[in-house]
Design a protein around this ligand. Structure first.
Ligand SMILES: O=P(O)(O)OC[C@@H](O)[C@@H](O)c1c[nH]c2ccccc12
Length: 266
């Protein structure tokens, strides 16, 4: 079994070392904490998702993703600002922007461009393993971060969460199985992502979400992630009382991503 997650985490460690040489942690932290404009411009990621759902809609986190390790380039003509506008016009609750460069051909600049083009809150989609990345995310304007349980031990995960919350960001914690769910439930965040894709094998099944649901306390907001491709997939989830979705590929392959969002969630 080729373990892509471990490979990604090795590259991350190297990237973080290099970034810290360019700009040390103390100075990044100081800049972020003293920037009152940055703080006042925060958008509520969790709030936006909950508002959509309270109004009876699906809460859609629409992803801005050029490529992935499993699929290669998904969207050759990749213009993050246009994609963000299209999503916002067609009812997305939030944006997810890949910032990983090596494996997803993402970039911090894409997050900035997408966020500047609309009024939606944005999550930094990356593999977070260091406090440095949490401050980086905020310095780029991110309103939320993703924490992947498979990539973190509990102490570090709690530390990253506390830091994000202190900076005013939401935290989406991502799990794939029951053991990871138990770990995630020890965190404070109420945003619980269930990834239908196994990050070690890339296999996908919506049964992953359905199977874990009975173990999740009612105060948690479940976000079903990956492999949502048809109106029938959406119906299966909503029938099971799952109303928040993270969708990338299905939108990125459509000529007009927002139109596909409206079609899928009509
Ligand atoms: O493109 P899809 O199958 O709709 O999936 C989106 C999103 O769930 C996926 O990109 C994702 C979920 N968790 C991740 C962690 C890292 C990178 C990417 C991801």
């Amino acid at each position: 079994m080729s373990d892509i997650l471990n490979k990604i985490l090795d590259v991350k460690a190297e990237e973080i070392r290099a970034a810290k040489k360019q700009r040390d942690f103390a100075s990044l932290r100081r800049d972020v904490e003293s920037d009152s404009e940055l703080r006042s411009e925060l958008r509520s990621f969790e709030g936006s998702l909950r508002d959509k759902i309270a109004a009876g809609h699906a809460g859609v986190i629409a992803e801005v993703k050029k490529a992935s390790p499993s699929k290669g380039v998904i969207r050759p003509d990749f213009r993050p600002a246009d994609i963000a506008v299209s999503y916002a016009q067609h009812g997305a609750a939030c944006l997810s922007v890949l910032t990983d460069e090596q494996f997803f051909q993402g970039a911090p600049e894409y997050l900035r461009q997408a966020r500047a083009a609309c009024a939606l809150p944005v999550i930094r989609k990356d593999f977070m393993v260091d406090l440095y990345q949490v401050y980086q995310a905020r310095s780029w304007g991110a309103d939320a971060i993703l924490l992947i349980v498979a990539a973190l031990d509990h102490g570090l995960m709690a530390e990253l969460e506390a830091c994000a919350h202190e900076l005013g960001m939401s935290v989406l914690v991502e799990v794939h199985d029951a053991a990871e769910l138990d770990a995630a439930l020890k965190l404070k965040t109420r945003l619980l992502g269930i990834n239908n894709r196994n990050l070690r094998t890339f296999e996908t099944t919506l049964d992953t979400t359905l199977g874990l649901l009975p173990r999740i306390p009612p105060e948690k907001l479940v976000v079903t992630e990956s492999a949502i491709a048809t109106p029938d997939d959406v119906k299966r989830m909503r029938d099971a009382d799952v109303h928040a979705f993270l969708v990338g590929e299905a939108f990125m392959r459509a000529p007009e991503p927002g139109v596909e969002l409206a079609r899928l969630f009509a």
